[in-house]
Design a protein around this ligand. Structure first.
Ligand code: NAD
Length: 416
């Protein structure tokens, strides 16, 4: 496949996959198999609105590969959720679960809707209907659901309840649920915490001090806000953050905890005391040491890649950099800690949650965080060492590691 500016999300992930497959010289038929989803379901989700009208929403569940274990992936509620994007995110999950070596495959789901325009009752009804429509594909040993953009612990509780009404109580059907319903301590923070562990380990291996490094974070949802709360532990200073409504800049340093409180109280981070309001585009192009995209995909693309000034990019979000932009940034020697490594902490703790549910046992938060740290450090080290040895990027190294592990299980299982 040729590099193009207008590659779709799935084409982009497949471009990275294709490069790794070529490097590994994997058999053609396995390459062909992994270039497509294993199964894709599109459903029409009718839902009665609070005002009595019925609205139809489109939903998806895509299962990319179950070679390494049950399918695993989040559900996204977003106005732009579409099959190509969900397909791309499902395949990213396949490589991600393999990179951190947990026994899951890759899946993703979504409903095309704007959750901020729906009441809690409407979201509850929509979630239950969507769950019913995909219920024949999911299950605690088939496909386990988790939160993603626009969904949260509450959404998972509704899915668990609806699934339980049909098939019997089983908390292992979803991860990222409330603690009271069998959720794991530390799951909420896990993606952000894992990203900070991975960045810290990379810096240690590369012998780079992060002391005083300036950080800009795009997105202040689950991932961004936890990174904002925790990245200071590496000695870094946050100078800018943003959400969908825009961002704020304070060269003297922003306090992650205070920002999260401000957003909770005011609904947005705009007008944070003493800071200057900036746009999302300005945030990406800021003069800073570390840039952390933690919102939507493809925010760094062929038009702005050249203007990125950060020397290190930590992909908190899934697929925030298009392949063309990735190429531009590699040529500028920008270090990119790739999504399939750095934001894998969420699925790692989802695995711990699932394992706790199956054993009907709860771990203390210290244990969860210690095991998460181990998994992130191990994966970061494997990716870094190959990148150094073969003089390739961290992304290429991560894909090679993930793809090789998936291919190995396909060969061992002998299912083609
Ligand atoms: P979220 O819904 O909690 O937060 C998303 C944030 O992005 C919000 O602050 C929102 O205001 C902001 N945003 C939305 N549109 C934007 C835009 N156009 N420009 C700038 N900001 C915008 O979502 P999340 O769970 O934090 O997920 C963020 C990213 O991280 C997604 O790419 C998701 O797939 C990825 N991710 C999430 C997890 C997880 O455990 N939640 C795990 C791995 C990867």
């Amino acid at each position: 496949m040729e590099l193009r500016n207008d590659m779709s999300a799935f084409e982009s992930v497949m471009w990275f996959f294709g490069r790794a497959a070529k490097h590994l010289n994997i058999p053609k038929e396995i390459q062909e198999l992994l270039s497509h989803s294993w199964r894709e379901l599109t459903v029409e989700v009718p839902m009665r609105m609070d005002n009595g009208d019925v609205k139809i929403f489109t939903g998806y569940r895509v299962q990319h590969s179950g070679a390494r274990g049950p399918y695993k992936g989040g559900v996204r509620y977003h106005p732009n959720a579409n099959l190509d994007e969900i397909r791309a995110l499902a395949s990213l999950m396949t490589w991600k679960t393999a990179v951190v070596d947990i026994p899951f495959g890759g899946a993703k789901g979504g409903v095309q809707c704007n959750p901020s325009e729906l009441s809690q009752d409407e979201l509850n009804r929509l979630t239950r209907r969507y769950t019913d429509l995909i219920s024949h594909l999911i299950g605690p040993t088939r496909d386990i659901v988790a939160p993603d953009m626009g969904t949260n612990a509450r959404t998972m509780a509704w899915i668990m309840d609806e699934y339980g009404q049909r098939f019997g109580y089983n908390p292992a059907i979803v991860t990222g649920k409330p603690i009271e319903l069998g959720g794991s301590y530390g799951r909420d923070a896990a993606t952000g915490r894992g990203a900070v562990f991975s960045l810290g380990e990379w810096a240690r291996l590369a012998q780079r001090s992060l002391q005083g490094n300036t950080v800009a974070i795009q997105g202040m949802g689950n991932v961004g806000s936890w990174i904002a709360k925790l990245v200071g532990s590496l000695g870094c200073k946050i100078i800018a953050v943003s959400d969908s409504k825009g961002g704020v800049l304070l060269r003297g340093g922003l306090d992650g905890e205070a920002l999260a409180n401000h957003k909770r109280t005011n609904g947005s981070i705009a007008d944070f005391p003493e800071s200057e309001n900036i746009s999302n585009e300005q945030l990406l192009e800021l003069d800073c040491d570390i840039l952390i995209p933690a919102s939507i995909d493809s925010v760094i693309h062929h038009e702005n890649a050249d203007r990125i000034k950060a020397g290190i990019i930590v992909e908190g979000a899934n697929h925030p950099i298009t392949p063309v932009a990735d190429d531009v940034l590699q040529k500028k020697d920008v270090i990119i800690l790739p999504d399939i490594l750095v934001n894998a902490g969420g699925v790692v703790v989802s695995y711990f949650e699932w394992a706790q549910n199956i054993q009907q046992f709860r771990w203390e938060e210290d244990r969860v965080n210690a095991e998460l740290s181990k998994a992130m450090i191990k994966a970061t080290r494997s990716v870094y060492e190959r990148a150094q040895k073969e003089n390739i990027s961290m992304r290429e190294s991560a894909y090679i590691l993930g793809v090789s592990r998936v291919v190995k299980t396909i060969e061992l299982r002998g299912f083609i």
